[in-house]
Ligand binder design. Sequence first.
Ligand SMILES: NC(=O)C1=CN([C@@H]2O[C@H](COP(=O)(O)OP(=O)(O)OC[C@H]3O[C@@H](n4cnc5c(N)ncnc54)[C@H](OP(=O)(O)O)[C@@H]3O)[C@@H](O)[C@H]2O)[C@@H](O)CC1
Ligand SMILES: Nc1ncnc2c1ncn2[C@@H]1O[C@H](COP(=O)(O)OP(=O)(O)O)[C@@H](O)[C@H]1O
Ligand SMILES: [K+]
Length: 497
Amino acid sequence: MAQGHVTGRVLMERAGRGVCDAVFEAWPDLTEQAGRACILCGPGNNGGDGYVVARLLCDRGWGVTVFALGDPRKLPPDARANHTQWAEMGQVRPIEEAQFDAETMPDLVVDALFGIGLTRALTAPLDRLAEQLAQVTAQGSGRVVAVDVPSGICADSGRALGAAVRADLTVTFHCFKPGHVLDGPERAHSSATVVKDIGLPKAPMTSIPGPAVALATAPAAEDLRKAGPAHKYTHGHAVVLSGPAGRTGAARLAARGALRIGAGLVTVAARADALPEVAAHQTAVMQRVVDDAADLKAFFGADTRANAFCAGPAMGGGAGARDMLAELLALKRPTVLDADALTLLSEDQSLRDALHGSCVLTPHQGEFARLFPDLAARYAAPPVSGPACSKLDVTLDAAVQTGSAILFKGAVTVIADPQGRAVVSPADDRTAWLATAGSGDVLAGFILGLMARGHAPFQAACHAVYLHCACARRFGPGLVAEDLPETLPEVFRALGV
Ligand SMILES: NC(=O)C1=CN([C@@H]2O[C@H](COP(=O)(O)OP(=O)(O)OC[C@H]3O[C@@H](n4cnc5c(N)ncnc54)[C@H](OP(=O)(O)O)[C@@H]3O)[C@@H](O)[C@H]2O)[C@@H](O)CC1
Ligand SMILES: Nc1ncnc2c1ncn2[C@@H]1O[C@H](COP(=O)(O)OP(=O)(O)O)[C@@H](O)[C@H]1O
Ligand SMILES: [K+]
């Protein structure tokens, strides 16, 4: 397991030390007096990390019991060396003897059964142990720390391959793996995950391994700045197609988002009967009567200054909306497709065929399933072997299928483009406040505004998701959709824009 000039043995030592450090940082009460720990060690290098943790806790005076899966003589070399070192200090008992109940539960259980090498579901007695641990910790006894990944969870996807350890804390090394940040249809298997640096090259915590996959990062301030001798058209003209009277709120939210993110001009295009409603609520946003597809073509077909469009939020269905969408796609300009536009796309193959490389589709889970039933079924099927199908995989496939950028919303959002680039935006307690009516409409407006400003579709989508989450984090609890555009100036200032 050598990596450059650092030996695998050194990395394993650092990994074990990282686990101990993270445990005492997370639970300072455990530093007050030496406690009791139970370490579950697997047949690979994850188990090797476990033997290091056993030794380090023992050095601190802890009472340590180690249970091992399989024959330790068959461990890979670094893990075997750490097993040998531990065997001079304490016992190793077969995993079959392990069991957990509230009376005998130690202060700390270390899950070092499997890490990134898990290939299939846990079998007896491990599935039983995972279940016992979940029951005992749910009653408030003991704490479980997972080394690298909770055992039973696929590190590539975050999916449970059957039974899985439920950890209070997961300590991973060098950088997050996709499984730490993606969510699956199953419940989360770790309450918290921390990354410990083990001295490998490349800055930790900024990327996740795999082909061109990264965590969402802040846009560079200069990418968002307005400077120099510009006029409003330099920053683009964004157009939002509105729904009918009584349903214009979604388009107005998107328009406000586009304006705040810096589009030079924003127009809401609405049917004549809906226009007074739009006008009553907007000042800086312009309005234009667009009753049908012919109007759309007449007003915007030749006017190439209208350089980005958004269709879908509360737009409605039916033949009129369908024809409008067909006309819009024929313009081949940067276009965000959300909500009702996605439903129209899922019902009409000719619309789908008209998608192009300047489109961004922003489905939530239900819309994704309507648009891509095969991919959704693959994702929903309970996985039994690794690497399991992930939200990342299906978003990348959807981007290839449509030839457009796909932004798959949810607590965790994944953005992918047809060239195979992908970005994952992780969830936290603050971004959970984005689960409020209209926040998706604002996100569509953010993407629209950035595309109007000249950002390429994939980049606009990535920046918009980051800024959307940053607004939620900055505003905090109580957030409603209207707050998102109004928080953007503060977020811009914090980024140095
Ligand atoms: N990379 C690095 O730089 C560093 C890595 N480090 C550590 O190494 C860990 C990766 O180690 P690893 O590759 O040895 O894999 P690991 O997770 O121990 O499991 C493989 C073993 O499990 C077995 N097995 C799999 N599924 C099974 C099942 N359901 N039921 C039963 N058996 C099953 C599998 O057997 P097989 O599938 O071949 O039959 C094989 O024997 C990583 O997560 C981190 O903790 C750190 O030290 C820091 C530096
Ligand atoms: N736990 C969550 N569940 C659903 N959406 C969430 C969650 N956390 C954050 N979000 C974000 O909130 C937004 C909701 O958008 P959407 O589902 O289109 O709602 P709406 O149509 O009401 O605007 C998306 O950007 C999504 O990523
Ligand atoms: K583990």
